[in-house]
Design a protein around this ligand. Structure first.
Ligand code: OGA
Ligand code: MN
Length: 207
């Protein structure tokens, strides 16, 4: 499946990012693909492949349950056809962002994340102090029939103390500028699945 770079959905994300730094697309993926990704995430969890997520990077990586309580596994190309299908879609979005906004996004890194009941991720910004390559965050939700009373909203901290809560409903994609938008994940009363990733710029390196 190849997605044209001028697909209206991709252009809408571009416009939103340019106008206000974030975009919410409630119906980004067809239901079938979302369901297959959810099944893949659950299967990996059952096989014990998801590990408690750290905070920070490299030597600074700490598992601190007071900060985030999810377990993750990074996705790599060639691991499974369903992930490869998603990566192809994400790559179309990367190309559109580059063509329209000249962001120079070089690649995408992403992981499945499973938040057990009660887990949360405290307010943070998606950029490491020692690595500023993460430019655009893209979170895809994999939860069937999520209801507001389940909690687990993604809370975005926008300008002037304004907040926006987004339900982690299956098939919904949230995209935002990694350096600009602080956010948190509220605790939920049911298991919460997502596929979270970042488009990265090329690192600075000497000639
Ligand atoms: C993250 C994150 C948001 C979400 O993993 O950095 O903020 O809604 N995830 O899962
Ligand atoms: Mn985050």
């Amino acid at each position: 499946m190849s997605i044209p770079a001028n697909h209206p959905l991709l252009l809408r994300i571009v416009d939103d990012l340019a106008d206000r730094g974030w975009s919410q697309q409630n119906i980004f993926l067809p239901q079938g693909l979302t369901a297959e990704l959810a099944a893949e995430c659950r299967e990996r969890a059952e096989r014990g492949l998801l590990e408690p997520a750290g905070v920070g990077r490299g030597d600074a990586l700490l598992v601190r349950e007071g900060v985030r309580g999810d377990s993750i596994q990074w996705i790599e190309p060639g691991q499974s056809s369903v992930c490869d299908r998603y990566l192809a879609i994400v790559d179309a979005l990367r190309q559109t962002l580059n063509q329209q906004l000249y962001l120079g996004l070089a690649d995408f890194e992403g992981h499945f994340a499973l938040y057990p009941v009660g887990a949360f991720y405290a307010r943070h910004v998606d950029r490491f102090r020692d690595d500023d390559r993460r430019s655009i965050s893209a979170v895809l939700y994999l939860n069937d029939r999520w209801l507001p009373e389940h909690g687990g909203q993604l809370r975005l901290y926008l300008n002037e103390g304004q907040t926006l809560d987004i339900e982690p409903q299956g098939g919904c994609l949230v995209v935002f500028r990694s350096a600009d938008i602080a956010h948190e994940v509220l605790p939920a009363s049911r298991e919460r699945l997502s596929l979270t990733g970042w488009f990265r710029r090329r690192g600075d390196s000497p000639l």
